[in-house]
Design a binder for this molecule. Structure first.
Ligand code: SF4
Length: 914
């Protein structure tokens, strides 16, 4: 073995300066070593070639120092490197050292020490609860949450971030020195009374709190007595591994540091001969397609597994979706937030429905979460009933079974939410029972993702942690906490990496792994090589004083990780050239690689246009729909239906033949439409009960009182109604001024909110249905149709600029004219109620002629429809912009909007009938 060691030290391909570089006295084989031997792995070794070299070098060195291999420990930076390393050692034959990461090695030595009461656990969601309690102990911050909830929540997150970073750094200290390190850490933070005093206090709280944490599991490593340590350094030094080697080398234990990293000061110089492919595309979507194409090419070429580096999560999600279309076996090591899974979203919907303040939308979401797929007819019925008749509407009409099930769920929800303040342990027990009772087994008991949800929330455990179990939380706080747990936990689908063709992994986990090819999308200035942020409460100077990574060290460590990727002979660095309208440059790390090549006199790497493997397809647009509904036409039409028929026959088909409509909102804030309905009702009641002889003031008060009563009856008297209520008195005054002027002209209220159903002559039985806001009559017998509007008068004037284009007043006029044996002298006007100066009216200039034209046109159109003319989608004008049937007619997927002459292309021209 000694000869192999000597061979390795001078093997071809290893530069002379890459021979084992020994620090101090290390080296002489067979003698007791008391220093750490360092060997730099050649920069040009690919990850595939690296592992046999690591194995041979380790075994040769162990032999050279007389260490028993089976008692030696080879430490790797992270767990994904264990299999290739073990395989390479096994291939060498004979005894092999233990191959571990520090974490797996510590875990093999026994369970971690139980955390002390009130100390941070390292679990983010749990520690946020504890941090809140600690925060309340700071003078002056007891009521912070009530004063500024957002800043308070941010402070909790910052304290937890800082505490966790400190705990990780403290774990790298040897146990006897740790207390001194904590004391120094407390001193390293700024103590200030001026600006930033609160952040400084929070930072000191984080240090104090973190110093209470239990001894890390890795402390057991300090009691380990291996025959030798071999530490592979890749992606930066590990403080704990260094500390262990330092301590044991002083005791005469042989230690070997295998350095796969380049020089930290300029890692690009060592890898300047690397020649990754650089490619660019115009946009993010192109980048996703190009990334997917590159992965597929590599798989097709047998370069599996292909690493897809998850540098830009959004982009990689898109690439993953494209890859899954091709049925590739993808292992996603980066996982996705648990909150985005079905099990988590059902659980959250169920929880939100239990809030006493929950409304119909939350109830429906909760009920849908509890309904098994395909078993929801009762729920569909209930939803339709609520949307049509309102949430307070009684059951009936065959809905008893639906109401019964709804009540059963509600009983469970109310039982869960009572009392509304309970201990965390009690909430978790209750949630476990609720979910098991109400969620379908396929979503909860049998879904492997739900198992992860339960584990993250500790629903299957008897206790979370002694000192946390008793924390009292309100229902809202508990729901928020569950939401945070699910957002912070990750779900990784159990796809074996060995069986995968594609492995999605973060850059730091791709180091030295023997992938067939590596694709790194997002290699641009915004994603790759950007500075790594530090915890908010730990200033850079303090980090340096504590021996933690400052901004420079973090950046260097990240650059080391990236340069490890340059070992891969098949590496593609892909980027986009623009983000929306903003140009995006290449990554600074790519620029540094180019600069390093230039220094060595190498040609710059060309950046090519990424091949997208575009397939030219002939567009296959859908045709404009033109259904025939001769046998399904309604026997009565409203003004809205006639207007739809005039604007676009297909819209009429959707509304009046298929009877489709948008779902009514269950609990939207009152809007202009609600205000308009209230005014309509109030004006109707006012005119029905008006005392025209009363004073204007008394009439005003009467109108205001009726409007308020209407709002209260509709349940619209909350804060959202304040703007409406505030303007009522002024509106009533304006209305009275206008009304008294009409009184003076001789107009008298005849009726309001009048439902009319008439069958005009010439329509062959088709009836016109509508509700007219108001009809007045003048002393001479003239009749006036009035329609109240809450829009602007200017808009109404525009509407009547082409009188034949207006449908509404003409339709009402046609109804009135058809309902009287002797047609009266008729006029019609819109009354604009919204104007702040005065009530304005907009008179239809020729409503009788318009009404007749409408009837003539409708008669002709109806006859054609009954004879089988098609109700063609026209796709013309602005009507499509706001049309609710746009998805149904597939307006955006037509070939050519030009219409042919066949079928019913629209209504007859009203001008022709005028
Ligand atoms: S989107 Fe346009 S073409 Fe389609 S139904 Fe509506 S109005 Fe007609």
């Amino acid at each position: 073995m000694v000869s192999l060691w000597a061979t390795l030290c001078t093997c071809p391909g290893t530069r002379q300066d890459a021979h084992p570089r020994e620090s101090g006295r290390a080296r002489a084989a067979g003698t007791s070593l008391s220093t750490i031997t360092t060997y730099h792995m050649p920069a040009e070794l690919s990850p595939t070639a690296m592992w046999p070299r690591v194995a041979r070098h380790t075994l040769a060195w162990l032999d050279s120092v007389g260490a028993v291999p089976r008692d030696a420990v080879l430490v790797l930076p992270f767990a994904e490197l264990l299999p290739p390393c073990r395989r390479a050692l096994a291939a060498e034959g004979g005894w092999m050292p233990r191959v571990e990461t520090l974490r797996t090695l510590a875990a093999s030595l026994g369970p971690a020490e139980a955390p002390a009461a009130e100390s941070p656990s390292g679990d983010r969601a749990l520690d946020q609860l504890l941090a809140e309690r600690w925060l309340a102990s700071l003078p002056g911050l007891r009521d912070w949450r009530g004063r500024d909830p957002a800043a308070h929540a941010q402070a909790i997150a910052d304290v937890v971030d800082a505490a966790h970073a400190l705990m990780r750094a403290a774990a790298g200290q040897s146990p006897p020195q740790r207390a001194d390190w904590w004391a120094a850490a407390a001193l390293a933070l700024p103590a200030t009374d001026g600006p930033g005093a609160r952040e400084a206090a929070l930072g000191r709280l984080a240090v104090h709190w973190a110093s209470l944490s239990a001894a890390p599991a890795t402390d057991r490593l300090h009691d380990l007595a291996p025959s030798a340590w071999v530490v592979l350094q890749a992606g930066g030094k590990d403080g704990l591994a260094e500390a262990l080697m330092q301590r044991d080398s002083d005791r005469g234990v042989p230690c070997l540091r295998l350095v796969a990293d380049a020089d930290m000061a300029d890692p690009f110089e060592a890898h300047s001969a690397a020649a990754p492919r650089l490619a660019a595309v115009p946009s993010m979507e192109d980048e996703a397609w190009a990334g997917a194409a590159a992965v597929i090419d590599a798989v097709s070429g047998g370069d599996t597994p292909v690493a897809l580096i998850a540098q830009d999560r959004l982009l990689v999600r898109r690439i993953r979706a494209l890859l899954e279309r091709c049925d590739l076996r993808v292992a996603d090591e980066s996982g996705w937030a648990l909150s985005t899974t079905r099990a988590a979203s059902h659980l959250m919907a169920l929880l939100r429905a239990t809030r006493p303040a929950a409304g119909p939308d939350a109830w429906l979401d909760g009920l849908k979460a509890c309904a098994a797929p395909g078993a929801t007819p009762w729920l569909d019925q209930l939803e339709r009933h609520w949307r049509r008749a309102g949430i307070e509407a009684p059951a009936g009409g065959g809905l008893d079974a639906s109401f019964e099930r709804w009540q059963t769920h509600r009983t469970h929800w109310q039982a869960f939410a009572a009392p509304q303040r309970q201990s965390l342990k009690r909430w978790l027990q209750a949630l476990s029972e609720l979910a098991t009772t109400l969620l379908p087994a396929s979503f909860w008991a049998e879904d492997p993702v739900a198992e992860r949800v339960r584990a993250a929330l500790r629903l299957d455990q008897a206790s979370v942690r002694g000192d946390v179990d008793g924390l009292a939380l309100s229902l809202d706080d508990f729901i928020a906490w569950v939401g945070r747990v699910l957002e912070q936990a990750t779900y990784i689908a159990p796809v074996s990496v060995d069986a995968a063709q594609v492995v999605i992994t973060p850059l730091a986990r791709a180091i030295l792994r023997p992938f067939g090819a590596v694709v790194l999308p997002g290699a641009d200035e915004r994603q790759l090589g950007v500075p790594q942020p530090a915890p908010e409460l730990l200033p850079e100077a303090s980090l340096r004083a504590m021996g933690m990574d400052d901004a420079t060290a973090r950046q260097q460590r990240a650059a080391l990780g990236f340069t490890q990727l340059l070992r891969h002979p098949k590496l593609l660095l892909l980027r986009r050239r623009a983000e929306g309208s903003e140009p995006v440059g290449s990554s600074r790390w790519v620029d540094r690689l180019q600069a390093a090549r230039a220094l060595r006199g190498l040609a710059p790497l060309p950046e090519s246009e990424a091949p997208l493997h575009l397939v030219r397809c002939l567009p296959q647009p859908t045709a404009q729909p033109a259904p025939i509904a001769a046998q399904a036409l309604p026997d009565a039409v409203s003004a809205t239906a006639v207007e739809a028929l005039r604007a676009c026959p297909y819209r009429f088909f959707a509304r009046a033949v298929l009877r489709l409509s948008e779902a009514e909102e269950l609990e939207a804030d009152p809007g202009k439409r609600d205000f308009g309905s209230l005014l309509h009702e109030a004006l109707y009641r006012f005119h029905e009960t008006r005392d025209a002889a009363g004073t204007p003031e008394a009439q005003c008060q009467h109108l205001v009182g009726l409007a308020r009563a209407s709002a209260a009856r509709a349940g619209l008297d909350g804060p959202a109604m304040l703007p409406f209520a505030a303007g009522l008195a002024a509106f009533a005054e304006r209305y009275l001024v206008w009304l008294l002027a009409r009184d003076a002209e001789g107009w008298q209220y005849q009726c309001g909110e009048t439902d009319m159903l008439v069958a005009p002559v010439g329509l062959d039985g088709l009836r016109l249905r509508g509700r007219i806001d108001r009809i007045d009559r003048q002393r001479g017998g003239a009749v006036q149709v009035i329609d109240y509007k809450t829009g602007s008068a200017a808009g109404l004037r525009d509407k009547l600029r082409e009188p034949l284009e207006d449908t509404q007043l003409a339709f009402y006029a046609a109804q009135v004219l058809s309902s009287e044996p002797v047609p009266p002298v008729l006029s019609a006007l819109y009354v604009a109620l919204d104007d702040r100066q005065a009530i304005e009216t907009v008179l239809h200039p020729e409503v009788t002629a318009s009404a007749q034209a409408l009837l003539n046109g409708l008669a002709r159109d109806w006859q054609r429809l009954r004879q089988g003319a098609a109700l063609r989608a026209l796709g013309e004008g602005m009507v499509c912009d706001t049309c609710e049937a746009r998805g149904l007619c597939r307006r955006d997927h037509w070939a050519d909007p030009a219409l042919d002459a066949i079928g019913f292309d629209g209504p007859s021209s009203p001008e022709a009938d005028a």
